[in-house]
Each structure stands twice: as structure tokens, then as C-alpha cells.
Ligand binder design. Structure first.
Ligand code: PAF
Length: 293
């Protein structure tokens, strides 16, 4: 595995590889590091589907708000390097802040509408930062396929829309969420949960399981489902709900308030963001009440 920390090295490596294997598919797994088994499963999938796989590890300051956890976001370069190596990564790109943003960026990629709800509403500017850094990574690496985890389903919807709108020649691959033994979605931020918070954090998964069942009840509507979700999560005393929403996926529009969800003619996302202490967790489930297209 080659480790590149500069754009120059990255460029040289990719140029050489493309010269040697012009028909090979290049995969990109973009991450902010502190890798876990969810990332490992994306790396493995990328390796199965592409001849050459680049893993990027970069904690992108543009996607953190002023009062968010950029400084305390967990980082471990040595561990990440070992995990990348063990999962078949060919090129690990780990740039510094100065390398990625040598000047204050005056250009941003702004995606509207799909960014206006859920995490976009709770974290103003977050998806401008994601759109900007993901565009930079796509321009630098020019991957054929890029792998994104569905735990961040809104991010997937945003990146897919950006790629569609700007005709960026990359295929976005949706990767399933990996879970801990009790159902908690794997996340680099889980490390911040204390014992009590960790025990209660499973309420997100349980709420999603419940909600999937409620959707099939005759007469169930979006407002009633959201009411039940809020009450269910409220049973965990340490849980502070940021949002518990039901929207269409991937466009994230609001379903009609009086429409029965049972045979709803569009995929729906049950999306949750819940804080435990200082740690904000997200999770979701996508359901296709009409049985899928
Ligand atoms: O999902 C993440 O880890 C980040 O948002 C991404 C896509 C690497 C951009 O910084």
C-alpha cells in the first residue's frame, strides 16, 4: 500500500497506475478516518468491484459548524493505516489541512432542497462543506466508483444529486450500515459514549424496528408515526431528540399528512438524530411500502 500525504504524490501515483492499467476501474472510499468495521466493509466491497482502490482520510473542517466537534473528532493515523492495509487498499491518501486548503476556499459547492431538512437543518452549512470536499476528492482522484455508507443517507442523496446535476463521471455506490451486536449503527463517534449513554443509544435501532412495523398498520399517517417515534425514543432518559422524521427518499420531500403510509407509492426514510450528552448519533431506515419499484 502506498501512503500519499500530498496532492503531488497522489497525482504521480494515479498517473503511473493509469498508464500501466488504462482499463482498470478506480474506486474511492472517502472517510474522515478513525476507521471501524463499517468502513472496512466498504473497502472490501470496493476491492471486489474495482482493480485499484483509494481510501481518503481527511477530517474536513468545512463540514463542521463553529460549535461542533471538529477539534475533538477522533483521529488515529497509525491505526487507520493498519486497517487500510489489512483491507486491500492500494493507495491511502491522508492529506494535511494545508495540503487540501492551501488558501481559504472562496468557491463552495452548494446543493439546495435535499440539504434543507434533517442534518442540513440542524447543521447549517454542513452539506456545503461535504459537497465542496467531495468535489475536490472527485477532481483529484477521478474515481470510476465512489463508496458511501447509508448511515449517512442524506449525504448519499446529496452527493448523488450533485453528481447528477454536474455530470460528474462517477458511479455512487450505496453501502449498507454495519451494526454492533445490539443494533447500534457503527460510527466513529460511538467512542465518545459513556457506559450509560452507550446502553441507551440502542433506542435508535429499536425505534427504527418499531417504526417499520407501524408503517404497515391500516390508517397510519406520517404525523402519527412521528408522534409515536418521539414518544418511543423519549423512554430513554438520556436521549435528547434532534429530529425523528419521515420523508420521501431520496428527494427528502414531506409525505402528504393525511396519506396512508401502508401502500405509499414512494420510498420513505425514517431518519433519526439523537444526542446523548455531547454525542450526536444518526440512524435511518429506508422502507418501500409499495414493495419497491
Ligand atoms: O462521511 C464522511 O466521512 C464525510 O462526510 C466525507 C464523505 C468523507 C466527506 O468529508
Amino acid at each position: 500500500m502506498i501512503v500519499s500525504t500530498t496532492l503531488n504524490e497522489l497525482n504521480q501515483q494515479l498517473k503511473q497506475r493509469r498508464r500501466q492499467f488504462p482499463d482498470e476501474k478506480i474506486g474511492l472510499v472517502p472517510t474522515m478516518g478513525f476507521l471501524h468495521d463499517g468502513h472496512a466493509s466498504m473497502m472490501k466491497r470496493a476491492k471486489e468491484e474495482c482493480g485499484y482502490v483509494v481510501l481518503s482520510v481527511f477530517v474536513n473542517p468545512l463540514q463542521f459548524g463553529p460549535n461542533e466537534d471538529f477539534d475533538r473528532y477522533p483521529r488515529d493515523r497509525e491505526r487507520d493505516t493498519a486497517i487500510a492495509e489489512n483491507n486491500g487498499i492500494d493507495l491511502l491518501f491522508m492529506p494535511s489541512l494545508e495540503e487540501m486548503y492551501p488558501k481559504k476556499p472562496l468557491t463552495k459547492v452548494l446543493i439546495s432542497e435535499v440539504t434543507e431538512r434533517l442534518c442540513g437543518a440542524s447543521r447549517p452549512g454542513h452539506f456545503d462543506g461535504v459537497g465542496t470536499v467531495v468535489s475536490k476528492l472527485f477532481n483529484l482522484i477521478r474515481p470510476d466508483r465512489a463508496y458511501f455508507g447509508m448511515k449517512d443517507a442524506q449525504q448519499v442523496a446529496v452527493v448523488e444529486r450533485m453528481v447528477f446535476d454536474l455530470n460528474i463521471p462517477v458511479e455512487i455506490v450505496r453501502c449498507q450500515t454495519l451494526r454492533e451486536f445490539d443494533g447500534l449503527a457503527m460510527s466513529s463517534r460511538n467512542v465518545f459514549l459513556n457506559e450509560g449513554e452507550r446502553a441507551q443509544a440502542v433506542i435508535l435501532f429499536k425505534a427504527l424496528e418499531q417504526a417499520e412495523g407501524w408503517i404497515t398498520e391500516p390508517g397510519m399517517t406520517a404525523p402519527e408515526l412521528k408522534k409515536r417515534l418521539n414518544a418511543f425514543i423519549g423512554q430513554a432518559p438520556l436521549a435528547e431528540i434532534d429530529y425523528a422524521e419521515l420523508l420521501e427518499y431520496p428527494d427528502l420531500s414531506e409525505p402528504g399528512a393525511d396519506m396512508e403510509l401502508k401502500n405509499y407509492p414512494h420510498a420513505l426514510i425514517i431518519a433519526l438524530a439523537v444526542k446523548f450528552g455531547k454525542t450526536r448519533l444518526i440512524d435511518n431506515r429506508i422502507v418501500e411500502p409499495y414493495g419497491g419499484a
